[in-house]
Design a protein around this ligand. Structure first.
Ligand code: ADP
Length: 398
């Protein structure tokens, strides 16, 4: 500690300051205190008391300001108060023979009256004024500590209640998810099982055999898709993919090619229009492809009248945007915000006929979230829907 014994010339005299610390103190007691102590100055940032240390000095602040701080919950440094000329500190250790309960740091150059414990003890033996002032101060600080502890407890209780609420919500979502999965698996499993039973019992005529096998295969395909989607969602939550520069135009073209036959079978054509020199994005091409595929698959599925699907790639501010626009059935305005929920499917009679599990958009949404992008939808009943994936551009032009 950098200290020096030459008091500042402008220093308030200890004789003037001591009565501020101990109102009613007699002249003799003041002189006795001064005789047994030292006037010492410290530069700013000096630590006069260190929390947890066994120190034996008592201080009366003559000039400057100090800050009292305390560590809460092993890490958080709490500012308790600022002391000025006439305030005293370090008295707790003197009364209790215990380590410092808080730290005291000089906020400016300070001058203090420093008294060693044994000297101070001899003064308070016969000074009731000093003793009363000390007891008053200690009980005030204890009350303050109590209030602070209660406040801390309230804060912790609040945090705990919030964490509990979050856990309860997660548990509910988990149960709902399991119920949905079980339900989704049961229907095709029971259907396939029923047909296999009939096959075993030779209850199916040879003419109906191809249809039955097709139905069993389609039920198994439904189960496989569901399991794959769930695994993909699960994996995305557990493993963060390595991001690399991705050319979205290439990915989009691949997805469009992949769906070409399915679109044609549904009397649809897919048009891809991409702005030239689009920047790349940072991402995982497999996940992005999967997310985009769900949008194109839906665009086909929900365009029962055939027609056209437009996929546009464009730059908007610092983003690359992919719009997938169909001219199909559209989405009811009240359901627009729900389409991204896991297992959500339109409940309208038409919705059922399109089939689907209700995980496609949840996957796209999760992929875009993982890429810190945005997924939005605009739709009009009977006119069609446009889903837009917005991903941050990086400075690589392909
Ligand atoms: P799935 O297509 O397997 O049912 P999704 O999560 O992909 O599940 O979609 C959820 C629901 O959102 C669909 O069942 C449908 O009601 C609605 N939806 C999604 N895309 C479209 C679209 N392009 N046009 C109309 N409705 C759509």
């Amino acid at each position: 500690m950098n200290s020096f014994n030459l008091p500042n010339k402008n220093l308030h005299s200890p004789k003037d300051i001591i009565p501020r610390a101990f109102p009613g103190i007699s002249q003799i007691e003041i002189e006795e205190l001064i005789a047994l102590s030292q006037v010492i100055s410290y530069p700013a940032t000096s630590i006069l008391c260190r929390e947890g240390s066994l120190e034996t000095k008592f201080y009366i602040l003559l000039e400057g300001k100090v800050e009292v701080t305390k560590t809460i919950n092993n890490s958080e440094e709490r500012k308790l108060k600022i002391l000025e000329a006439g305030d005293f500190f370090g008295e707790m250790a003197i009364m209790h023979n215990a380590p410092r309960a808080a730290s005291v740091t000089a906020l400016s150059p300070v001058t203090v009256l420093e008294i060693e414990k044994e000297n101070f003890d001899s003064v308070i033996q016969h000074s009731s004024t000093i003793t009363i002032a000390m007891v008053r101060e200690i009980s005030r600080r204890l009350r303050e500590n109590d209030e602070m502890a209660v406040e801390d407890l309230k804060m912790r209780a609040n945090e705990l209640a919030q964490a509990y609420q979050k856990l309860a919500e997660q548990e509910l979502a988990r149960r709902e998810f399991i119920t949905n999965v079980a339900h989704e698996l049961r229907t095709p499993l029971m259907a396939a099982g029923g047909f296999l039973n009939q096959l075993q019992n030779k209850a199916i005529s040879p003419e109906k055999l191809p249809d039955t096998i097709n139905t069993v295969a389609s039920n198994i395909h439904h189960i496989t898709t569901l399991v794959n989607d769930i695994l993909f969602l699960q994996e995305m939550e557990l493993i963060l993919p390595k991001f690399q520069p991705v050319n979205l135009t290439v990915i989009t073209q691949e997805v469009a090619n992949h769906f070409h036959d399915k679109a044609t079978a549904n009397h649809l054509s897919i048009y891809v229009q991409a702005e030239k020199n689009l920047p790349s994005v940072s991402g995982d091409s497999k996940s992005l492809q999967r997310g985009l595929s769900a949008l194109v698959d839906n665009a086909i599925k929900f365009s029962p009248g055939g027609g056209q699907i437009d996929i546009r790639l464009r730059k908007e501010d610092n983003y690359v945007v992919i719009d997938v626009e169909d001219h199909g059935v559209g989405i009811e305005p009240e359901n627009l915000s729900r389409v991204f929920d896991r297992f959500y499917r339109s409940e309208s009679p038409g919705g059922k006929m399109f089939g689907g599990i209700g995980l496609g958009l949840a996957i796209t949404n999760q992929v875009i979230k993982q890429h810190h992008g945005q997924l939005t939808v605009k739709s009009e009943m009977g006119s069609g829907s446009t889903f837009s994936m917005r991903l941050k551009a990086i400075n690589v032009v392909f």
